[in-house]
Design a protein around this ligand. Structure first.
Ligand code: NAP
Length: 244
């Protein structure tokens, strides 16, 4: 199981209650990963070929890709590796968020496009995209950026006027409302991750009438996608019954 999301942890909890011999894989992006109720490994595999070799060497019979919807490289590698080794693969993926009445969203295709959509005058931006790719906003140094990171940064941030809050989700609306007000935020930049853990900022933005620059999900090649823990467990049970 390829993890790294709140939903992956929920699935790991369900898997741990079964007799399946499951292994949880983290990329190793954070210094303090959430402990899992499954045997856990950390680190990349060395591309699709490395993953294929790992799957064969470890006698893996099924792969569940429960990575973040923006982890497109890992998901694409899983498709390639499982295709080449003929190992069944399923993606456990939450649906994208949809704008609701009262939302003021601007959808953009990627992070660079999001940076270009910031206003010309100095704004106070909640840059809710994690620590990767914040460099893209170094070209817009006129803005104040509020970051929310899992780990305390060990190097200077590439943004001259930024403040980092160290926190791990899930977050709630009252907390996010207070955070946005405390820092006088007027624009949010977010990835369309979907799920509950990071949705509070969108409800808070709606309550405050703030604009959200919403980055669309990256393209991932076609694969089987399931949306609930129950569906993934049924898929596993069914595959096991059929001996595939
Ligand atoms: P990515 O760009 O798709 O992956 C880059 C490389 O990191 C992969 O090619 C792979 O290295 C390694 N990798 C990624 N996920 C892995 C996993 N679960 N186990 C082992 N190796 C993994 O992914 P990313 O966007 O950097 O995200 C890294 C991890 O953080 C993912 O597990 C994801 O679920 C989690 N995450 C990402 C985001 C986000 O916004 N991107 C947000 C929250 C959590 P090799 O090619 O060497 O195998």
């Amino acid at each position: 199981m390829l993890g790294g999301t709140t939903e992956a942890t929920q699935l790991a909890t369900a898997l741990a209650k079964t007799g399946y011999d499951a292994l949880f894989s983290y990329a190793g992006r954070t210094n303090r990963p959430v402990a899992q109720p499954l045997p856990t490994r950390v680190g990349g595999f060395g591309g699709a070929d490395g993953l294929a070799g790992f799957l064969k060497d470890d006698g893996i019979t099924h792969v569940i890709d429960a990575t973040h919807p923006f982890a497109a490289q890992m998901s694409t590698n899983a498709i390639t590796a499982c295709g080449n080794t003929e190992i069944p693969l399923v993606a456990f993926e939450r649906p994208p968020w949809q704008a609701e009445l009262g939302d003021n969203w601007l959808s953009v295709s990627d992070i660079t496009a999001a940076s270009l959509e910031l206003p010309d005058h100095p704004a106070r931006v909640f840059l809710a995209i994690g620590k990767q790719h914040i460099d893209a906003f170094a070209a817009r140094p006129e803005h104040f950026y509020l970051l929310r990171l899992v780990d305390t940064p060990t190097q200077a941030l590439p943004l001259p006027n930024a403040h980092a809050v160290i926190a791990r989700g899930p977050f709630d609306e009252a907390g996010d409302l207070a955070l946005l007000q405390e820092h006088n935020i007027n624009i949010i930049v977010a990835k369309n991750a979907g799920g509950q853990g990071a949705a509070a900022k969108l409800a808070a933005a709606r309550a405050l009438g703030l604009k959200v620059i919403m980055i669309d999900r990256p393209h991932i090649p076609a694969r089987r996608v399931l949306g609930t823990v129950g569906d993934v467990m049924t898929w596993l049970d069914h595959s096991a019954d059929l001996g595939v």
